[in-house]
Design a protein around this ligand. Structure first.
Ligand SMILES: Nc1ncnc2c1ncn2[C@@H]1O[C@H](COP(=O)(O)OP(=O)(O)OP(=O)(O)O)[C@@H](O)[C@H]1O
Length: 364
């Protein structure tokens, strides 16, 4: 076995570590997104598209808290970047008529950073903690007590003379967001009263997102045009909104401003986002795997050299989506293309020449 080959690990299915920052189909937010996202965010649960189950459950949690006149239970939202966790946390605050404070795990390196935030919260305030799995251990431990007892111990001094001063906190609602719920230590996970797992969106749901955003941006898009954008958006509203903006540019410059299926398809061809949402890098990886290595198995490092990219870029940026789409499999022997990959690139798989197909991957 090639020592560089790693067996498939579902924890890799996380695009939060994207390194190719300027990718049109990257699901992490870039600077331009952040500016436009504020305008496109749904403001109430009823406006939030899809995620029926999470929405229904959350609706109950919030209504019940409102009826009791209490602060809502702590909420954990898990799911890939760009699926609406930040949006949902803002909706929770709005539905509770409470202010919201937004921070993230990596921003809280010391317990003192967290103590400063917690001690300045107002009663009922929502604290949104993005990437909660990346908080430092001491801060995490402080959070346990704050979540359960609305109290923190602030340590004053150092060494043997250090003393813990208890500090009462007003009741607040913590909304934690993570791309990897499995990475949270159980004591932290258990302190959330409600956990919602956000799924990738179905094409029909993304069409609704595109229509809604087009309305807000005053862009003319017809049904087929929205479907074309939705189909290339990798199940992610953030990507759908980003593609919509690029297609709008194209429609304005090259067409009469109206986004039809033809206009959307031509625009996204220019931006090298294909009909399944793969971009240049994704296709380069598949192309090398199929044409140079007969569909694999091939080691990650070899594949990375073949496409002229870093190992990490192939593994963290291209592969998660290819795996999710069923185009590529990570096996202990290396990367293997599936029949769908051959079909997607319009190529014919070799007939058992060289590398025998992996059992279970190539059906009878
Ligand atoms: N269900 C939805 N309906 C309509 N628009 C949505 C929905 N979910 C997300 N969006 C839009 O997608 C964009 C990204 O959403 P958001 O920032 O909430 O994602 P996120 O999961 O918090 O991502 P990250 O983890 O990267 O911060 C926003 O502009 C938001 O308006």
């Amino acid at each position: 076995m090639n020592p560089y080959d790693s067996p498939y690990d579902p924890a890799y299915d996380d695009e939060s570590a994207e390194t190719a920052a300027d990718r049109l189909v990257g699901s992490a937010a870039d600077g331009e997104d952040q500016a436009v996202e504020a305008a496109l965010r749904p403001k109430e649960l009823a406006e939030f598209v899809g995620q029926e189950r999470v929405r229904e459950q959350l609706d109950l949690v919030l209504k019940a808290a409102r009826q009791r006149g209490a602060t809502a239970d702590h909420v954990l939202l898990s799911g890939a970047p760009g699926l609406g966790k930040t949006t949902l946390s803002m909706i929770i605050a709005a539905e509770m008529g409470a202010p919201i404070r937004i921070t993230s795990g990596p921003a809280i390196q010391h317990a003192g950073d967290l103590a400063a935030i917690l001690s300045s919260l107002q009663e009922g305030e929502v604290l949104f903690l993005d990437e909660i799995h990346r908080m430092s251990r001491p801060a995490e431990e402080m959070l346990y007590m704050a979540m359960e007892d609305f109290r923190v111990d602030v340590i004053v001094g150092k060494g043997p003379g250090a003393t813990a001063i208890p500090l009462e906190l007003p009741p607040f609602t913590l909304v934690g967001a993570t791309t990897r719920a499995g990475l949270l230590p159980p004591p932290l996970r258990d302190r959330f009263g409600f956990t919602g797992h956000m799924e990738f969106y179905a094409p029909a749901e993304l069409e609704r997102v595109v229509h809604r955003s087009a309305g807000l941006l005053d862009v003319d898009v017809d049904t087929d045009g929205a479907a074309e954008i939705a189909g290339r958006s990798r199940g992610t509203p953030r990507i759908a909104n980003r593609l919509l903006r690029r297609v709008r540019d194209y429609a304005q410059v090259k067409a009469d401003g109206v986004i039809t299926r033809e206009v959307a398809a031509s625009a996204l061809d220019v931006y090298e986002v294909d009909r399944r949402g793969l971009d240049r890098l994704d296709r380069a990886v598949l192309d090398a795997l199929l044409r140079l290595f007969g569909g694999g198995p091939v080691g990650l490092s070899t594949l990375a050299v073949a496409v002229g990219e870093e190992r990490e870029t192939v593994e963290e940026v291209a592969e998660p989506f290819l795996v999710r789409e069923g185009l590529l499999a990570r096996t202990p022997r290396g990367r293997v293309a599936t029949p769908a990959a051959w079909a997607h690139l319009g190529l014919v798989p070799p007939q058992n020449v060289g590398n025998p197909p992996q059992q279970g991957l190539f059906g009878p």
